[in-house]
Design a protein around this ligand. Structure first.
Ligand code: 5RP
Length: 279
């Protein structure tokens, strides 16, 4: 692996501990203004000091993140579908490699829909993106998106993750499931987990801890952080699990301790109309 690729990967997965805390704020690319991400800047800015990297689209990067900040960017480059459109799996590559370079992306992210109507299209997208990324030594994160009809079990997720790795993805994102270690074993590149729908904080922290205990390199978490009433506190607790080996109970202890301190700084982010769409 060449210097540029290694350097970029080290920004996403920290070489000191092999772990990764990525903040996902890309949801609007097919869901529109989700609850508490209606004004992206308000949700993103207070969390930047605590995340290792930020996953988002170019539109939100350009409009809502200060170019002078040094946060590594995981640029979502797949999409062109919406929650009310024909088929969510019909994604294409939406951002060119030149644009990703101009935006100084440290990693490219693209969804694959294994088992869906447009499986072939999304897997071809991944293979092409890996070729493009490798020309310029930019790694690719494959997001194993799960259609409504697919089970989130080790057999299905294991298949999707392995296919992503075989096509050259450098990191794979999936969901935590029972027998997660089987998914990890079958995937020769680092696996990170999505948080999924908002859970009560102790459950979300347990999910993160279980995933790491069973072999995940970290998390790419969104809703369980910025939909919390205490997003800064929540990301600090997740950080303790990812980088400080805290267990779920210790992390929840940190959450409870920090909660009161963080409250005032977070109110501003919530003065907006709520429009909830879940996926
Ligand atoms: C959407 C994504 C999201 O980034 C991913 O689902 C992570 O966010 P959350 O923790 O809210 O599930 O890739 O396709």
């Amino acid at each position: 692996m060449d210097w540029g690729m290694q350097n970029r990967l080290a920004k996403i997965i920290h070489p000191e501990d092999g772990r990764c805390l990525m903040l996902a704020v890309d949801h609007g690319y097919f869901l529109g203004p989700m609850e508490r991400l209606e004004v992206p800047r308000r949700a993103i800015n207070p969390l930047l000091p605590y995340t290792d990297s930020l996953m988002l689209t170019r539109g939100i990067l350009r409009t809502s993140v200060d170019p002078k900040c040094d946060i590594p960017i995981v640029l979502r480059v797949s999409g062109a579908t919406s929650i009310i459109g024909e088929d969510l799996s019909k994604e294409t590559i939406t951002t060119s490699i030149e644009e990703a370079i101009r935006l100084n992306a440290s990693c490219l992210a693209l969804s694959i829909f294994v088992g869906s109507k447009y499986e072939h299209q999304t897997l071809s997208n991944l293979a092409k993106l890996v070729d493009e990324g490798e020309k310029y030594e930019i790694p690719v994160l494959a997001v194993t998106a799960v259609g409504k009809e697919m089970g989130r079990d080790a057999r299905y997720l294991g298949l999707a993750c392995r296919v992503a790795a075989e096509l050259g993805a450098h990191i794979v994102k999936t969901y935590y499931c029972d027998n997660f270690e089987q998914v990890v074993e079958g995937c020769p590149v680092p696996l990170i987990i999505a948080g999924g729908k908002k859970l009560p904080e102790p459950e979300a922290l347990k999910l993160a801890h279980d995933a790491i205990t069973h072999g995940a390199a970290g998390v790419d978490m969104g809703r369980n952080i910025w939909q919390s009433d205490w997003p800064i506190t929540m990301i600090k607790a997740v950080q303790a699990i990812v980088h400080k080996n805290a267990d779920a109970k210790e992390a929840y202890g940190i959450f409870l301790e920090e909660k009161e301190k963080d409250k005032p700084s977070q109110k501003e982010g919530q003065k907006v109309v709520r429009t909830t769409v879940n996926h």
